[in-house]
Design a protein around this ligand. Structure first.
Ligand SMILES: Nc1nc2c(ncn2[C@@H]2O[C@H](COP(=O)(O)OP(=O)(O)OP(=O)(O)O)[C@@H](O)[C@H]2O)c(=O)[nH]1
Ligand SMILES: [Mg+2]
Length: 286
């Protein structure tokens, strides 16, 4: 059953438990307490026949809340002088490295040359994983000598390399880290500072990757990363693996950082620009 079918069944009843029941359905779909309250508030006085579009509208409104900051989610920032620098952050296993490859693919298609920087100096095999993607994309990959290096130094060197080679955009992969570890978030803040030493307008994008299946934990991740770093966007992955997806609404309700892309699979093409209206429709009615 779609979310709408479940809610419609509840709304068609006339007893006093309707609100509680609707609340439970939305919370189970990962909308979170704040977004759930806001949505129910907005549809409270809508006539029955208009409920479905009203629900979609209420969801879309929350999802568009960050739109004034980024009216075109799919347009990746481009520095007036190359290279543009894009950093990608997130907790372990959310899909950062895969997303870097997808972004690289997208940029190449837009005619922008790309260099990948392996600044995940923590996990064994991280550099090799990025290198494999680089070979598939036919782009270069630079990085430290492996485990234990300084990610900020890798990022710094990568920007220098891109400048020397005339590459348009550097995509920097970072190690997965828990949002509750302040020391690890501070390490990312250092990457941002060091990159800014290379070029004062960098980084041009600081993107947080969230896993759609993480539920309310994704909200906590978003809040912690946003407090530690100036984010320019969020990418939500693994939407193909969940029937819920309400966590995206909860995240957008919690922090004013625009959702830019959604990941819908493991392949290079499985990255779509985020669209609030169609996402709301999909969430409520499909
Ligand atoms: N179904 C699905 N799987 C995805 C998606 N994005 C990434 N994955 C898979 O998630 C797993 C982890 O992806 P990685 O890109 O290695 O994640 P990561 O965040 O770089 O991981 P760490 O570097 O270990 O923190 C891999 O099996 C990917 O194929 C997506 O949008 N959908
Ligand atoms: Mg990785």
């Amino acid at each position: 059953m779609t979310l709408w079918e479940r809610l419609a069944r509840v709304f068609s009843r006339r007893d006093a438990g309707v609100r509680e029941e609707a609340e439970r359905i939305l919370l189970e779909a990962d909308f979170g307490v704040a977004a759930t309250a806001e949505i129910l508030e907005q549809v409270a006085r809508v006539p029955d026949g208009d409920l479905q579009p009203a629900l979609e509208q209420a969801v879309a409104r929350i999802l568009s809340a960050a739109a004034p900051f980024q009216s075109d989610p799919g347009r990746l920032a481009r520095a007036p002088e190359p290279p543009s620098v894009m950093l990608v952050f997130g907790v372990n296993g959310v899909g950062k490295t895969t997303t870097i490859a997808k972004l690289g693919h997208r940029l190449e298609r837009e005619g922008r040359s790309v260099l990948l920087a392996a600044a995940d100096t923590f996990r064994a095999g991280a550099r090799e994983q990025l290198q494999i993607w680089a070979e598939r994309l036919r782009v270069s990959c630079v990085g430290g000598t492996g485990k234990g290096g300084d990610p900020a130094a890798v990022a710094f060197d990568a920007v220098a390399a891109a400048r020397a080679r005339g590459v348009d955009t550097v995509l920097v992969d970072t190690a997965g880290r828990l949002h509750t570890e302040e020391r690890l978030l501070a390490e990312l803040a250092k990457v941002v500072r060091v990159v800014a030493k290379q070029r004062p307008d960098a980084p041009h994008e600081s993107l947080l990757v969230l896993d759609a299946t993480a539920g309310q934990n994704a909200v906590h991740q978003a809040q912690a990363f946003a407090a530690a770093l100036p984010l320019t966007g969020i990418i939500v992955t693994k939407l193909d693996g969940t029937a819920k997806g309400g966590s995206v609404v909860a995240v957008q309700r919690a922090i004013p950082v625009p959702i830019r892309f959604v990941g819908t699979g493991e392949g290079l093409e499985d990255l779509a620009e985020f669209d609030a209206q169609s996402y709301a429709k999909r969430l409520v009615s499909e």
